[in-house]
Write a protein that binds this ligand. Structure first.
Ligand code: SRM
Ligand code: SF4
Length: 511
């Protein structure tokens, strides 16, 4: 295939350092980095290229790195969870794990001198963090109840794994996809409730029948960024499950070879689609695929409200159940991780799953073990029946660890909900998403109430504040919420939320 490369002179600075040395090259240098220490490392290697192996320098906590894993469909085993717990346990109070909005986990506190040994240990439990940051394809999301949901249309687990294996060369790292113009998100949905927020991905597959055959309609170009937020648009293509991996390959190659590389703020897939027009983009995908795409099926099968999977549910396998635990803002400490691994082994078959709402599911619990499982002390903190206000709370990392953050998020989100929960009673959950800056990692645009960090001026002082988003709908007829009020100082937020909850979500004051 011919590529239309951006002239070198107009490449942005990230493109220049990628052209000098591929990000994956740092894989061979980890022992060296461990010996010299983070302070002596080349800055571009330390601050940027290490992200190609999932190691993130944190300017907020210099010397304590974050490690972002890959976790196709959010599935992991008890051995893997225990290994992750052992890794963060070493860092004491500085170590913890955060479940992410892409069904993944990030570990905190990691030191560069430990990275080679950590990688050896991860290999033993068949886990990888490769290509999880920067201009790579992020964790690929799929239904968190794939294979166990009685109502699913298609079990997407194997497809999600195959797509990851194609992109990362089975976790070894794959130079064919290590220099995309920008990050890239893929979701594959096999359920009726769009549990993966398909519409906010660069490339998404949603279930759709054509002439009675199961397949997927393809959506392209969804993105949230500080510059622009758009829901994905239909490519007018229907794909048989057997062709999903190849279609992913073709779309990624088109993006790699033709995507814009001069202005980093305009480099996501949707900008390329704008530039080419949807028709020409589709034609290019066909060219790279070396076969025509079929037009999309008339309708997709996303016709349910989105489920959050918290609680106890019977599986499609008779006599087995899955239990969804609410993990407040996704934060796990080492002991929590050991406890979850033990529970998954004692009551289930050792498996666990993460959701995009930053919660955990333990599947495969026989009826006979259910009562004992539900009596576990961990469920006092990770409830199966949380207060409706806390139930759907999501938060990005915020200023505790993220240097893009304009505000602190996770602790503030929890404290606000606790105070409001003490004053108000609700019958239905309200989806409240916090995000620390306009990058929108906490997806405020898919929430009933979205709160995006900003700086505000009040009485001559600069304070932490939020812009208020409302109207995000998930599941069937998903659409993005919009900003309805700007610059609310965080110290004045509680009464604003209180009024909203009473007036628009039916909350009643507790007596
Ligand atoms: Fe994100 C950058 C955290 C999901 C849009 N995101 C970052 C960085 C890496 C910035 C940094 O280096 O500090 C954050 C790391 C902070 C830290 O220490 O944790 C970060 N993003 C996260 C996570 C952990 C939020 C969370 O608490 O769950 C999520 C990790 C997902 C994963 O497992 O891979 C996360 N980020 C998202 C999402 C949501 C999604 O994918 O559904 C988005 C919006 C969707 C999208 O990408 O279109 C998102 N993150 C961004 C952006 C804006 C991208 C853009 O095109 O401009 C940035 C900034 C960038 O890439 O330049 C960013
Ligand atoms: Fe950091 Fe901003 Fe993303 Fe939150 S939204 S994790 S503050 S980059």
């Amino acid at each position: 295939m011919t590529s239309t490369a951006t002239p070198t002179a107009s490449l942005n600075k990230f493109e220049k350092f990628k052209a000098e040395k591929d990000g994956l090259a740092v894989k061979a240098e980890l022992e060296h980095f461990a010996q010299v220490g983070w302070e002596a490392m080349d800055e571009t290697d330390r601050d940027h290229r290490l992200k190609w192996v999932g190691i993130f320098f944190r300017p907020v906590t210099p010397g304590k790195f974050m490690m972002r894993m890959r976790m196709p469909s959010g599935i992991l085993t008890s051995d893997q969870m225990r290994m992750l717990a052992e890794i963060v346990q070493r860092y004491g109070e500085d170590g913890c794990g955060d479940i992410t909005t892409r069904q993944n986990i990030q570990l905190r506190g990691v030191r560069i001198e430990d990275v080679p040994e950590i990688f050896r240990r991860l290999e033993r439990v068949e886990m990888t963090s490769v290509q999880s940051g920067m201009d790579n394809v992020r964790n690929i999301t799929g239904s968190p109840v794939a294979g166990i949901d009685a109502d699913e249309l298609f079990d997407t687990r194997s497809l999600v794994q195959q797509v990851q294996d194609m992109i990362t060369n089975h976790g070894e790292g794959n130079k064919a996809f290590s220099n995309l113009p920008r990050k890239f998100n893929i979701a594959i949905a096999g359920c009726r409730d769009n549990s993966v927020h398909a519409e906010i991905n660069d490339l998404a597959f949603v279930p759709a029948y054509k002439d009675g055959v199961f397949g997927f309609n393809v959506l392209v170009g969804g993105l949230f960024s500080a510059k622009r937020c758009d829901a994905a648009i239909p490519l007018n293509a229907w794909v048989h499950p057997d062709d999903v991996v190849e279609v992913c390959r073709a779309v990624l190659e088109v993006f790699r070879d033709r995507g814009p590389r001069s202005n980093r703020h305009k480099a996501r897939l949707m900008w390329l689609i704008d530039e080419l027009g949807l028709g020409q983009f589709r034609a290019l995908v066909e060219e790279y695929l070396e076969k025509p795409l079929q037009p999309s099926a008339e309708k997709d099968e996303i016709d349910w409200e989105k489920r959050d999977h918290i609680g106890v549910y019977p599986q499609k396998q008779p006599g087995l159940n899955y239990v969804g635990l609410h993990v407040p803002v996704g934060r796990l400490y080492a002991q929590d991780m050991f406890d979850l691994a033990r529970m998954a082994e004692v009551y289930g078959n050792g498996e666990m799953r993460f959701t995009v709402e930053q919660n955990v599911i333990i599947p495969n619990i026989p009826d006979s073990r259910l009562d004992a499982c539900l009596a576990e002390p961990l469920l006092e903190r990770f409830s199966i029946n949380p207060d409706p206000l806390a139930r759907s709370l999501v938060s990005c990392t915020g200023s505790q660890f993220c240097n893009f953050a304009l505000i602190e998020t996770k602790n503030r989100a929890l404290a606000t909900i606790e105070e409001l929960g003490a004053e108000l009673s609700l019958t239905k959950p309200v989806r409240i998403h916090w995000t620390g800056c306009p990058n929108s990692c906490g997806q405020p645009q898919v929430a009933d109430i979205g709160l995006m960090g900003t700086k505000v001026r009040k009485n001559g002082k600069t304070l932490e504040g939020v812009d208020l988003y409302m109207g995000g709908t998930v599941g069937k007829e998903a659409h993005l919420g919009t900003c309805v009020q700007k610059s609310i100082p965080c110290e004045d937020l509680k009464p604003v939320l209180r009024n909203l909850l009473i007036e628009q979500f039916g909350a009643t004051p507790r007596l």
